[in-house]
Ligand binder design. Structure first.
Ligand code: NAD
Length: 499
């Protein structure tokens, strides 16, 4: 799909019905390398007409070879798809780094893990089975079967492009659906590469279409399209809200994976060496641009000052720089709006009375690269009602809040519009279990932070989202259930004879 290429700029086309095509309008847009600030890729700027073509192709593909294939055969293709992603992991990871500026080390690990989604759901493809119901009526045989929903739309954010796509495509394809994937306008290239690998793996044309462009221009027409049965969305709260509203008008299913303001809760009895590492990784990994970022540090009051000092000391040692360099520990901020937003929140926190004890400004070394960098930033003197404790920053910014006891920690942790993740650091397993019962979030990590797996459900409470991805049940979110009734007698009851 690369139609021309040199080191400076590469041109991409979209994948619709197995063909590489430009946008119907002929328009394009550019993707910027966050480290250099230079455009490196030019992509089709898709619109409503392209959305329509992609959905029509997905609809035809579902009615064609894909729909006729056995679930076992679908599983074989998904396994090959996983193998091809594994074989291309390094190349795919480098593309993602050029698009989102996350560390090569992180993207390599992440992309190398993506095949596991396809292997796991390939194994489940032929286990999506119905049941015979021991029905409470004479001479009646009743059974259920699960059928694919049809055309699904996957819309993803820029921070983990292929991983977030895999969360949706792997269970959805295993269940027999077809897809239109719309990656973020900031990170489209790896999804197009994924589309190429899907074809090589044997997915029939139209089963996976990949379109590029902006949310308002091609995302909304996809969501509104009458032939679309489900939208699986990962992104901002505002984007999720618009998707849910539009989908509701067509009674479509939605899965929403949205934002967070996750607490990392450190008790005085914790292994503090480990807790320091967990807290730093929680707010600095991916330059804080992760939905599960542990952006609120709740520390038991008796150790608050000493512990925060250790976190500051460790965070200060981070090497900031080129994400492609193996020694770099903090990379650039991915997008200009995101950069502006982070600096805005740093300003808001200061104005609201929080004390900046680390960072708090653009990284001075950034001028050498041309990219956008913010220094890892830590605020103390934060109260949970401040905006820095309530609103998602999506950057390397930590808000520290002391607590007195378990009740206080639970009250502060749960006093949030979000409920995606939480970390608990303690040596007392009774306390860990009590806390994990009481914390209102979809994920609770105890003495660890930021682990995900294809095997374990991922989803948020409250404004962090709707529904779950990953785990066995994710396949069920991509099927509808049909109840089939059979009269096993030769008689049909007379409608005028009651009883
Ligand atoms: P965003 O909402 O701006 O964009 C996400 C995707 O939605 C993009 O592909 C965009 O083009 C599309 N989009 C935007 N508006 C749309 C609309 N009206 N209709 C259809 N599509 C639309 O979000 P972002 O800035 O790319 O991502 C950052 C956000 O994503 C953060 O809030 C972060 O917490 C969240 N996120 C959540 C998870 C999770 O699993 N919970 C994972 C990663 C990121």
């Amino acid at each position: 799909m690369t139609i021309a290429g040199n080191e400076a700029m590469q041109d991409f086309l979209m994948l619709i019905d197995g063909q590489w095509v430009p946008a119907a309008s002929g328009e394009t847009f550019e993707s910027i390398d966050p480290y250099t600030g230079e455009a490196w890729a030019r992509l089709p700027r898709g619109g409503a007409q392209d959305a329509d073509r992609a959905v029509a192709a997905a609809d035809r593909a579902g009615a064609g070879a894909w729909g006729a294939m056995t679930a076992t055969a679908r599983g074989h293709i998904l396994r090959r798809f996983g193998d091809l992603i594994a074989a291309n992991a390094d190349r795919l990871a480098r593309i993602e780094v050029r698009d989102n500026g996350k560390l090569l080390a992180e993207m390599s690990t992440q992309v190398s893990y993506v095949p596991q989604w396809f292997y796991y759901y390939a194994g489940l493809a032929d286990k999506v089975q119905g049941a015979v119901i021991p029905i409470d009526k004479a001479n009646t045989f009743n059974f259920t079967k699960h059928e694919p929903l049809g055309v699904c739309v996957a819309i993803t954010a820029w921070n983990s492009p292929l991983l977030l796509a895999a969360y949706k495509l792997a269970p959805g394809l295993a269940a027999g659906n077809t897809f239109v994937l719309k990656p973020s306008e900031f990170t489209s290239a790896s999804a197009l590469e994924l589309g190429r690998l899907a074809g090589e793996a044997g997915l029939p044309p139209g089963v996976l279409n990949v379109v590029t462009g902006f949310g308002a221009e091609i995302g909304e027409p996809l969501v509104a399209h009458p032939k679309v049965a489900k939208i699986a969305f990962t992104g901002s709260e505002g984007g999720g809200q618009r998707v849910a509203e539009t989908a509701a008008r067509g009674f479509k299913r939605v899965t929403l994976e949205l934002g967070g303001k996750s607490p990392n809760i450190v008790f005085a009895d914790a292994d503090l060496d480990n807790a320091v590492k967990g807290v730093v990784s929680g707010f600095m990994s991916a330059t804080g641009q992760t939905c599960v970022a542990g952006s609120r540090l709740l520390v038991e009051r008796s150790i608050h000052d000493a512990f925060v000092e250790r976190v500051v000391g460790y965070a200060r040692t981070a090497r900031i720089g080129d994400p492609m360099e193996p020694g770099t520990q903090v990379g650039p901020v991915t997008t200009r709006p995101q950069y502006d937003k982070i600096l805005h929140y740093i300003d808001v926190a200061r104005r609201d009375g929080a004390t900046c004890v680390l960072g708090g400004r653009p990284w001075p070394g950034a001028t050498a690269s041309g990219g956008l960098f913010v220094e890892p930033t830590i605020f103390t003197g934060v109260t949970n009602d401040m905006r820095i404790a309530q609103e998602e920053v999506f950057g390397p910014v930590l808000a520290c809040i002391p607590f007195d006891d378990e009740d206080d920690a639970v009250a502060i942790a749960n006093d949030s519009a979000y409920g995606l993740a939480a970390g608990i650091w303690t040596r007392d397993m009774g306390r860990a279990l009590r806390m994990s019962d009481r914390i209102k979030s979809g994920i609770v990590w105890v003495n660890m932070y930021r682990a995900v797996s294809y095997m374990s459900p991922f989803g948020g409470y409250k404004r962090s989202g709707l529904g779950y991805e990953n785990g066995m049940d994710a396949v069920r979110d991509y099927v509808r259930t049909k109840s089939v009734w059979i009269n096993t007698s030769d008689e049909t009851p007379d409608p005028f004879v009651l009883g």
